[in-house]
Ligand binder design. Structure first.
Ligand SMILES: [Zn+2]
Ligand SMILES: [Zn+2]
Length: 366
């Protein structure tokens, strides 16, 4: 298959926050790389943060990291995906957001998402050394150290597309929190991340899954993702905690809480709502100056475990894909991507996303 010399991509420039459709040069494929033709790329909340200037990407770049593509060419030495499944041109794949070296201090300690030579899709500055690596483009180069997986035919693009971000991150959260059968789980935030946390907790047979989000429209969707109890009002802290406790066995408090909303002030409620010996995973505050006042007396005397989470490991993506293949039919994952736009209509896609809080994802199809 002959590849084009140039391809279309949306370049985001942080200096004027512009998004421009441009023709960028393609370079030959190097050993160990995979060239992917992008089939679908969803716009993540973090892309929106960057586009609206709440996060500085450090220079012009091609955004988009929630991607499903098909193999356009295999570099020398690449024959299989990360599970050893043979890979061929035309195969549909998705891949972990971060590529890592596998040898450095952090990689050898089980946190490859903090690799010292980390390469992050949809986050790399555009320069002459970096290949195209964002989803808002026709093509994407997968560099050595990437974790890519062939997708089963029965898994549609529109569901597989968010597996490598929200779902994998919450798979990591459920793993770190060790959600067990019969347990109670509090999920703070009913965006896609929170909905994924609920579905995975339900899949792990948690008994009671309670979600809190001040936005009614978002909370309404939670019942379709495994929530057993929803709270869609903005209650003052004490009243909220009292209502939350009622939803747990003997009012004892939750076994697990997962912060999935990126609102620092909710951490106080999460700590208050946990039972003695409870586990708390914090995943949403991935921006600077996310500070909150903590009640250290409660934290200490309730013997709580607090765990921060940022991204995930390839094993979490593997698990997330297995979950999507094995039977999440009872969850409404098919309704996550509300609408698909061509690259040149990214402004309309962003407008839809920002106009309606119940829109979980919109996607671009180059
Ligand atoms: Zn994302
Ligand atoms: Zn490394």
């Amino acid at each position: 298959m002959s590849l084009p010399a140039r391809c279309q991509a949306i370049v985001f420039d942080p200096t004027d926050r512009s998004l421009r459709l441009r023709e960028l040069p393609m370079r030959p494929l190097r050993p160990g790389e995979v060239l992917v033709r992008v089939r679908l790329s969803a716009i993540c909340g973090s892309d929106l943060h960057t586009i609206r200037g709440r996060r500085d990407p450090g220079g012009p770049l091609v955004l988009g990291h929630e991607i499903v593509g098909e193999v356009a060419a295999l570099g020398e030495g690449v024959e299989a995906d990360c599970l050893g499944e043979p890979l061929a041109v035309g195969d549909r794949i998705t891949w972990a957001i971060a590529a890592s070296c596998g040898r450095c201090f952090f990689c050898t300690r089980g946190i490859p998402q903090k690799c010292v030579t980390l390469f992050k899709y949809g986050h790399q500055k555009l320069d002459s050394l970096t290949p195209l690596s964002g989803g808002f483009a026709e093509y994407c180069y997968l560099v050595p150290g990437s974790a890519y997986y062939r997708l089963p035919d029965e898994l549609p693009d529109a569901i597989a597309v968010f597996a490598n971000c929200s779902l994998s991150t919450m798979q990591a959260a459920a793993r770190l929190a060790d959600v067990r059968p019969g347990e109670s789980v509090l999920v703070q935030g009913a965006g896609l991340v929170g909905l994924c946390a609920m579905a995975l907790s339900a899949h792990r047979r948690a008994r009671s899954i309670v979600v809190v989000d001040p936005c009614e429209a978002r909370v309404r969707q939670a019942a379709h993702f495994g929530a057993s109890h929803t709270i869609g009002v903005d209650l003052p802290g004490d009243e909220l905690v009292a209502e939350l406790s009622e939803a747990t066995e003997c009012g004892r408090g939750f076994d697990v809480a997962i912060e999935a909303c990126g609102v620092p002030s909710v951490v106080r409620d999460g700590i208050a709502a946990l039972r003695i010996g409870g586990r708390y995973v914090l995943a949403g505050c991935v921006f600077p100056d996310a500070t909150a006042q903590l009640d250290l007396h409660t934290l200490t005397t309730k013997l709580l475990t607090l765990q921060g989470l940022h991204n995930y490991t390839p094993l979490d993506l593997q698990e997330a894909l297995r979950f999507l293949t094995d039977g999440p039919q009872r969850f409404a994952f098919g309704s996550v991507v509300r609408e698909v736009f061509p690259l040149e209509e990214i402004d309309a896609a962003l407008a839809l996303m920002e106009s309606d809080p119940s829109v979980l994802r919109v996607a671009l199809r180059p």
